[in-house]
Design a protein around this ligand. Structure first.
Ligand SMILES: *Cc1c(COP(=O)(O)O)cnc(C)c1O
Length: 483
């Protein structure tokens, strides 16, 4: 916009404030005022709208097409949910407004909490955490509060080696130590290794089920027995809830604390930096420790209340409220049967893809998966030198978003494909054919695959440079020659 700027043009009309200059002097003392001229972007509205519209057309998004980014559940989000969140009666309410003026909002929050508890099989939930990772920290603080209240100082939290990176990060933030549990050759928690790591200093275990290789932890009841046996708690990382929605409940599997990623499973688009929501649901023994204030039913209406032994606030206000509104709209529209179908179709699509790709990119664990399949490019790399990263970059040229690559860490040359339930058979077939073309080119012309992407606005980027030499600000005015 600085580069397009031309002095004298403007998309803004400023009205006179009626504040005389001498009042301004009194309001903002001169030592607090700038003495150089403010650099502004001078653009006519016509040019501004054209610019941002062109930029938006260069993006890939969930609204544009398949986005098989494993573990992220980048499904299409119905616009109905956005419409609900945009209702003036919801969107224009100040979070500090008194409960007597916001009974509708409180009813919405209480209803959502009840639905989320019914879906997960838990007793109560906090809606405050702003994302999955924030939910993890909240859950671990609840775990700590639970043990502390019993005078039981524990030190360690167990995490499988297939876990998402936020799990060990949250454990470290919460003051506990991570103990890693290896996976078996079948991609599941190694029960013997788990038993060997248990002890009365174990606060709990963090698991996602299905796990990050898209497989259901069949021994979850045994795992629950083992961990509960030493007085530990079970934490459910709900990022993969889409796979079991309406079919199975973490509470029934023995989990004590559950976070949900509403921006993955429940109709809020993500990937552009949020906002999200990571409600945390708990069993009876932890309800008293939940963050407050919480919306509760009271007499004939609703009020805010803080639980007796609350760990305190984990959000400045009540959570990312409009994400919560979207989630309830989605849940109510689907109903229980509809939510069950979400999981069925998500699992069907992933297994179709796993079978369809078997000849070119075999599954890392060759048996039925849940909502995502992890395939490996190891054989392709050995035969052609083309790696998972090259395949992913080539997919961009084919007009698709890339799958997740090199995660989970326990699979060599991993491509983690989550088709989601919202893609049609035609789209899945087109995605599979694109992967077939790429693999064929890896054999005939590997250099072209290494050079991908060629058709995108930005070509192959250095994956690590932005993190290693972070540049967070830019003097655009100087760069555009305005100074
Ligand atoms: C996405 C994800 C998280 C983190 O959730 P955010 O909402 O991104 O903070 C944690 N675990 C798993 C398995 C995930 O896929």
């Amino acid at each position: 916009m600085f580069e397009l700027s031309s002095p004298g043009r403007s998309a803004a009309q400023l009205r006179a404030t009626g504040i005389a200059p001498r009042d301004l002097d009194a309001m903002i003392p001169s030592e607090h005022r700038r003495d150089d001229v403010l650099e502004t972007v001078d653009l006519a509205e016509r040019d501004l709208v054209g610019h941002v519209t062109r930029l938006s057309a260069r993006q890939y998004s969930v609204d544009l097409g398949a986005y098989p980014l494993g573990s992220c559940t980048m499904k299409y989000n119905p616009k109905m949910a956005d419409e609900v969140a945009g209702l003036a009666g919801l969107a224009h309410v100040h979070p500090a407004a008194d409960a007597s003026l916001t009974q509708g909002w409180l009813e919405l929050l209480v209803t959502l909490e009840e639905r989320l508890c019914a879906i997960t099989g838990m007793a109560a939930a906090t809606l405050q955490p702003a994302a999955g990772a924030a939910g993890e920290l909240t859950g671990l603080l609840l775990m700590r509060a639970y043990h502390s209240a019993r005078g039981d100082a524990r030190k360690r939290v167990l995490i499988p080696d297939s876990a998402h990176g936020t799990n060990p990060a949250s454990v470290t933030l919460s003051g506990y130590q991570v103990t890693t549990v290896p996976s078996t050759e079948r991609g599941l928690v190694d029960l013997e290794a788990l038993a060997a790591r248990l002890g009365d200093d174990v606060a709990g275990i963090m698991l996602t089920n299905p796990n990050t290789v898209g497989l259901f932890e069949e021994d979850i009841e045994t795992i629950a027995e083992l961990v509960h046996g030493v007085g530990g708690l079970l934490y459910y990382d709900g990022a993969n809830l889409n796979a079991i929605l309406g079919q199975a409940r973490p509470g029934d599997m023995g989990f004590d604390i559950v976070h949900m990623n509403l921006h993955k499973t429940f109709a809020t688009p993500h990937g552009g930096g949020g906002p999200g929501a990571g409600p945390v649901a708990v069993g009876e023994s932890l309800v008293d420790f939940l963050p407050g204030p919480r919306p509760v039913r009271q007499n004939d209406g609703y009020a805010w209340a803080t639980p007796a032994r609350s760990i305190g606030r984990v959000h400045g206000w009540h959570g990312n409220a409009l994400v919560l509104a979207r989630a309830l709209a989605y849940i109510e529209t689907h109903g229980a049967a509809g939510l069950g179908e979400v999981a069925e179709h998500a699992v069907l699509n992933a297994n179709w893809m796993r079978r369809r790709l078997a000849a070119i990119l075999p599954a890392a664990y060759d048996r039925p998966c849940m909502h995502e399949c992890v395939v490996t490019a190891t054989a392709l790399k050995d035969a052609t030198g083309v790696r998972a990263l090259d395949v992913a970059k080539s997919l961009l040229d084919e007009g698709f978003h890339a799958p997740t690559v090199y995660f989970p860490l326990i699979v060599d040359e991993a491509l983690m494909i989550e088709p989601t339930e919202t893609e049609s058979p035609e789209t899945l077939e087109a995605l599979a054919e694109a992967l077939e073309r790429i693999v064929a080119r890896a054999h005939s012309d590997p250099e072209s695959v290494h050079a991908a992407p060629q058709a995108t606005p930005v070509g192959r980027v250095d994956e690590a440079r932005a993190a290693r030499t972070l540049v967070a600000t830019e003097d655009m005015a100087t760069r555009a020659g305005l100074r």
